[in-house]
Write a protein that binds this ligand. Structure first.
Ligand SMILES: Cc1cc2nc3c(=O)[nH]c(=O)nc-3n(C[C@H](O)[C@H](O)[C@H](O)COP(=O)(O)OP(=O)(O)OC[C@H]3O[C@@H](n4cnc5c(N)ncnc54)[C@H](O)[C@@H]3O)c2cc1C
Length: 493
């Protein structure tokens, strides 16, 4: 049985369900879905295909959530999701069904250097650099890759769901704890704190980091690409555009920007989607629920699906039977941040100062990515990419302050860039009140604490969204969760 058969069998000839008369709500539906991101809209379409009456509520004036394409002087820029791998079965299927076009991503990063303790570092000579206080084999590891290299080296997971397997329960620990267990020097641990995947060296469970790493290896295997690759740069996978498989490179983008996908999904869903509806309260029994928005509108339903990141669901009042696991997950799940400034570089200033075009720093702007324009001359695109602790810190500044600060810090480090940087756009996901972060995290101990059980339905409330992934990552995790939750509800109808 395939997934669609399974859903179809669950509802046979689905008709609109009879709702218990619980409130005087203005509008009734079989299922109210909170959030019009990819997960919510995918679930909505599957449930509508089964004949159920669905309403999707989103607080924003646009659909897409963490998929957001901004129109700039230099054309569309994706400030949220952009990369689509070959293993994105559901996303690729949707792209095809909605008649969208993919192109191989063209975002190769120029060579990386490092700026540590106020000194420029060449990774090629780092091993013999007197600033290198690490010992033995650690000395060979590039200072701005230490966290990622160590995390990858000790990944014991083979299957994409191993991260939830109790066999690995004793690895629900931080990167610092992992390094201490394995005898790394204090200097190596200090370096790893600047490049730890996730929020930071103490804040994120290794099992959470390895979930992404293990899933990424699956994508890289497709088409015979190597399962591991020697990273030369802290982030940004190297795209293999030479060996297309079914027209797909290892990383692809949607022509016109990723928002084309949620826009196409929304166009098909039509007036099922209600924008500018911020949900403030969900009240439920074992057989029905009322969802109330901050503007006073209310919706009665047999089932509710929340796709809200727990970072914002914790602001919604939930009136229901006790559920300590869900409450703990909703209130304590940490969220990572990403803040990025998108720039045009009028002339390659790295030819003037002779330093590496791209760089990592232990200072407040994290990383500067210079993007190859394949000519070596003329205008280039660039990004300042702040993740982990750096991104948490920059979010203390409002947009204007952050923009001015990032640009001035960039010019302080690279005076040759003065007058050559043109600002395109800036996005800090932690400052977005409808997101409060770029993606879910799990602190050490939280996989064992609640991650295995947190998505069990709570009375008539079901959970979707990328934070409820089991096997996938990124946009594909959102689609995976939308499908799972549709199957759950089909099974209860
Ligand atoms: C900077 C960045 C880069 C990324 N890059 C990639 C990438 O290259 N490839 C990839 O595959 N993935 C990437 N991702 C991840 C991907 O964007 C997400 O996994 C996916 O879009 C999440 O979809 P979702 O439906 O789970 O949640 P969301 O898209 O967050 O949807 C949640 C929705 O809830 C709404 N909402 C919030 N509060 C309320 C409320 N009170 N009432 C009603 N509605 C509310 C929000 O407006 C939002 O529309 C990236 C994410 C970020 C932030």
């Amino acid at each position: 049985m395939n997934r669609r058969d399974l859903i179809a069998a669950g509802v046979a000839s689905a008709a609109t369900l009879a709702l218990p008369r619980m409130t005087l709500a203005a509008e009734r539906a079989d299922v109210v879905i909170v959030g019009a991101g990819l997960s919510g809209m995918h679930a909505a379409q599957l449930l509508i295909d089964l004949g159920l009456k669905v309403i999707v509520l989103d607080a924003n004036a646009r659909v897409g959530g963490r998929v957001q394409t901004v129109q700039t002087m230099d054309g569309p820029i994706d400030v949220g999701a952009s990369q689509i791998g070959r293993g994105y079965a559901r996303v690729l299927d949707a792209v095809q069904r909605y008649g969208l076009k993919l192109i191989p991503e063209d975002r190769d990063l120029l060579a990386f250097g490092g700026h540590f303790k106020d000194t420029w570092i060449d990774p090629k000579t780092w091993e013999s650099n007197p600033l290198n206080q690490t010992v033995g084999d650690e000395r060979k590891i590039s200072p701005f890759l230490m966290g990622q290299v160590v995390a990858a080296r000790f990944n014991p997971l083979k299957e994409v769901d191993d991260w939830l397997d109790p066999r690995f329960a004793d690895l629900d620990i931080s990167l610092r704890q992992l390094m201490q267990r394995n005898g790394y020097s204090a200097a190596a641990i200090e370096l790893a704190s600047h490049s730890a995947p996730g929020i930071g060296i103490d804040e994120t469970s290794m099992l959470r980091m390895w979930q992404e790493e293990t899933r990424g290896a699956v994508d890289r295997k497709i088409g015979g690409a190597p399962t591991r690759h020697d990273r030369q740069q802290p982030f940004g996978e190297v795209n293999d555009r030479a060996n297309l498989l079914g027209g797909l490179a290892t990383i692809n983008n949607i022509v016109g920007g990723t928002s084309q996908l949620p826009l196409a999904m929304a166009a098909k869903l039509g007036d099922v989607i209600r924008l500018n509806r911020k949900v403030g309260r969900i009240e439920m029994t074992d057989s029905a629920a009322t969802v109330t928005c901050t503007d006073g509108t209310a919706y009665a339903a047999r089932f509710v699906i929340s796709t809200l990141p727990f970072s914002v669901l914790r602001e919604v009042e939930i009136v229901a039977a006790p559920n300590p696991v869900a409450r703990q997950a909703i209130t304590t799940m940490p969220y990572a941040n990403t803040a990025r400034m998108y720039l045009t570089v009028d002339r390659p200033f790295w030819q003037d100062d002779g330093l590496p075009a791209s760089f990592s720093t232990d200072g407040p702007i994290g990383m500067f990515w210079a993007i190859d324009n394949h000519t070596g001359q003329g205008r280039h695109r660039a990004m300042v990419v702040m993740v982990g602790k750096v991104a948490q810190a920059i979010a203390r500044l409002d947009h204007e302050e952050a923009e001015a600060f990032v640009l001035s810090e960039l010019v302080r480090l690279r005076p040759a860039a003065k007058g050559l940087l043109r600002y395109q756009t800036y996005k800090d996901w932690l400052r977005d009140p409808l997101q409060r972060g770029c993606g879910f995290s799990l602190a050490p101990g939280q996989v064992n604490g609640f991650a295995r059980d947190m998505l069990k339905p709570w009375q008539v409330l079901h959970f979707a969204g990328e934070h409820t992934r089991r096997l996938d990552y990124g946009m594909e995790a959102a689609m995976e969760s939308g499908e799972r939750v549709a199957i759950e509800i089909a099974g209860r109808v």
